[in-house]
Write a protein that binds this ligand. Structure first.
Ligand SMILES: Cc1cc2nc3c(=O)[nH]c(=O)nc-3n(C[C@H](O)[C@H](O)[C@H](O)COP(=O)(O)OP(=O)(O)OC[C@H]3O[C@@H](n4cnc5c(N)ncnc54)[C@H](O)[C@@H]3O)c2cc1C
Length: 466
């Protein structure tokens, strides 16, 4: 059986659907087909509703500071369904010395707060004269070198919250390419940041941007892929239970084989997590990648509902650096941010367990996970009674870890793009792991198709939010 389209998109997660949405936005008549191995859209995004509790097995939200994400919300028709929790209001906590401490939202304010001794604050200034480390330092090596050991728990919290990762292994150049670039260009992050601030002031005058807001939807994050997929014609523009098994070049572009189908397309977007993409390209004509796979960090989300006697501190949630030796990596105070997610008179906490450093904890049975998380939380938060609701969500997807070998893998992808202007690789782990990164990458791929434009490696400096 044969089918053809101008653009074939493999994967109906946020990346593939975002690429389809952007392409249709720019060219409503474009012939495209999205194929998805599962029976529904969304991939790593999976909202979970039970007995009035709405939780997330995957992403909980994204910041509203990305133009690409704003366009998608509009195109998906979800503007009225958006829920926002501004970071200026929903403070975050870090567990330090066995206690939750409220942390200001920017590195500058952290330095002013009484969280660090004066000597540690002064040590940060050493960044002004420290030479860049050779090779590709890990985040931990880099932070200690530039800003001092006392800043490590804060860096640890950031990368526990985003990658469920290990700062001893994550590569600075891969996870913060913008900061790495500032350091390389200006010899110091502080000097580079000042330079950028001055340039921005020149451009925008005194207008300050302010902090972004965490964004989701009334019915949870799954609404976004569902709404984008609903704009595509079933079986003509989107096909479920269809697995791409191989891809080969031919005179008309690319031939993608699934179990039963041969799909011919001029352009193919492989919108898959890095490891799935490497598997698909493994026996093909492309050069061998520098590494076979990225490590992935798996987590479990232990969802707990309490009566409102529980005194959950107001805010977004907390993170626990590894040195605190806690059972949970941290927890989201979901019903503070998004209040309609519990039955009346109840509160919802979603605690994350496992990650790159503690995969063995995911082998525990659900009851044990619930009881260990409850014991852990009880020491940090006033919880007079045990949870009245509990559920352990075990996401199918791991979070790609941008560790040793990742920068070379990005070079490999760039070479493939340079040599094949009608093959486009984006998706979970290619230049970032967050939803906004995925939407940006999807937009870059749509732009390549529509204009033949050759993307350059973006080295954007992103805000560091805890
Ligand atoms: C536990 C967890 C928590 C997260 N939390 C956040 C968060 O709070 N904020 C944030 O910004 N980001 C978060 N993320 C990251 C975010 O979810 C991802 O960036 C995003 O969902 C990735 O989308 P994707 O489309 O690239 O990949 P995926 O979601 O993995 O989608 C790929 C799709 O391709 C399909 N597929 C795979 N192989 C094939 C094949 N051969 N043929 C056809 N189809 C195939 C899969 O079934 C899947 O549907 C989290 C991720 C995880 C795992």
């Amino acid at each position: 059986m044969q089918a053809s389209a101008e653009v074939l998109i493999i994967g109906a997660g946020l990346s593939g659907l975002a690429a389809a949405t952007f392409l249709k936005h720019k060219d409503p008549d474009i012939s495209l087909l999205v194929i998805e191995q599962g029976d529904h859209p969304g991939g790593a995004v999976a909202s979970y509703l039970e007995e009035g509790y709405l939780a997330e097995a995957g992403a909980h939200g994204f910041l509203d500071n990305s133009l690409e994400s704003k366009v998608l919300i509009h195109e998906a028709g979800l503007t009225q369904e958006v829920e926002k929790a501004p970071l200026s209001e929903f403070v975050r906590y870090i567990c330090l010395d066995g206690q939750l401490q409220c942390i200001p939202q920017t590195p500058g304010k952290i330095l002013k707060a009484p969280l660090l001794p004066l000597t540690a604050k002064l040590r940060v200034l050493a960044d002004l004269w420290k030479k860049p480390l050779p090779d590709q330092p890990s985040v931990a090596q880099w932070v200690e070198h530039r800003f001092g050991k006392k800043m490590l728990p804060f860096a640890d919290a950031v990368f526990t919250g985003t990658y469920a990762g290990d700062i001893e292994r994550l590569k600075l150049e891969a996870v913060m390419p913008g900061l790495h670039n500032l350091e390389q260009t200006h010899g110091s992050v502080l000097k580079g940041a000042l330079h950028k601030m001055r340039a921005a002031r020149k451009k925008n005058g005194k207008k300050k941007k302010g902090l972004p807001a965490m964004t989701s939807f009334h019915a949870g994050m799954s609404r976004l892929p569902q709404a984008m997929a609903a704009k595509l014609i079933p079986n003509q523009e989107i096909m479920y239970r269809t697995v791409a098994r191989s891809i080969a070049r031919n005179e008309k572009g690319w031939l993608v084989r699934t179990g039963q189908l041969e799909l011919q397309a001029r352009h193919v977007i492989i919108a898959l997590p890095v490891n799935r993409c490497l598997e698909l390209l493994a026996d093909s004509e492309f050069p061998t990648p520098p590494i076979n796979a990225l490590q992935e960090a798996r987590i479990a989300n232990v969802v707990l509902g309490f009566t409102d006697k529980a005194k959950i501190p107001f805010g977004f949630g907390y993170l626990a650096p590894e040195k605190e030796q806690r059972f949970a990596l941290g927890a989201l105070f979901s019903s503070h941010m998004f209040p309609a997610r519990t039955p009346e008179g109840h509160v919802l906490v979603e605690a994350l367990v496992g990650g790159r450093r503690h995969p063995e904890r995911l082998d525990l049975p659900d009851e044990e996970l619930v009881s260990k998380v409850y014991d852990d939380l009880k020491q940090l938060i006033e919880l007079p009674d045990p949870p009245v609701f509990s559920r352990v969500l075990r996401p199918k997807y791991g979070i790609p870890q941008l560790e040793e070998g990742y920068p070379a893998l990005l070079d490999w992808r760039q070479k493939i793009h340079a040599e094949n202007n009608n093959l486009h690789l984006c998706g979970f782990g290619w230049q970032g792991i967050g939803i906004n990164d995925m939407h940006k990458q999807a937009w870059e791929m749509a732009k390549r198709i529509l204009t033949g434009y050759q993307e350059e490696r973006a080295e954007e400096v992103k805000g560091v939010y805890f």
